[in-house]
Ligand binder design. Structure first.
Ligand code: SF4
Length: 172
């Protein structure tokens, strides 16, 4: 497996510049490479292999983000972004320092699982919202905002960390 430089590059399967399905508004989406969950019905099985994909530098990502004035936010998708938690935390700190964009992360793990890990907690502290939990095909629904299955939650991370209790973001 390739060694990632945690503070300069990410291993990804791709990016998209103008998504409207990975969170509210226009979003820059980074699809992390590598996922151990292997959910039945996953839309992105090409992202599972940690040795697949390609490296991208923070500066390449920041150039694309700052060149797009239409963006409302950045989404970390996958694959599993939290397998590269240190690197994504460093990138998110840079995004927050240089832009007003909000940050959403998807994870196959639950908020409670992630918060128990030091590196994952660090990444959580740099994002605004988390869509958590594995995709469960039996709970699949097309009526869920930005989520694939009913078990997944749209977590208001900053408020949850502040209040010490999980708070879900409710869309009206
Ligand atoms: S956690 Fe997400 S990327 Fe990973 S297998 Fe499940 S649906 Fe696919």
């Amino acid at each position: 497996m390739k060694d990632y430089s945690p503070y300069e590059t990410l291993r990804i399967s791709g990016v998209t510049n103008d998504s409207i399905v990975d969170g509210p508004g226009f979003r820059y989406v980074i699809f992390a490479q590598g996922c151990e969950m292997h959910c039945e019905g996953c839309h992105n099985p090409q992202t599972w292999d940690k040795n697949g994909g390609y490296d991208i530098t923070f500066s390449e990502i920041m150039e694309s983000i700052t060149a797009n004035p239409l963006l409302d936010g950045v989404t970390l998708s996958g694959g599993e972004p939290f397998l590269q938690a240190e690197a994504f935390a460093a990138l998110c700190r840079e995004i927050k320092a240089k832009t007003p964009l909000n940050i959403i992360a998807y994870s196959g793990y639950t908020f409670e699982h992630l918060i128990a890990d030091k590196a994952c907690r660090e990444l959580l502290s740099t994002i605004d919202y988390l869509i958590d939990g594995a995709f469960i095909i039996e709970e699949k629904s097309y009526d869920l905002n930005f989520r694939g299955s009913k078990n997944q939650r749209f977590v208001d991370v900053s408020e949850s960390l502040q209040k010490g209790v999980l708070i879900e973001k409710i869309f009206g």
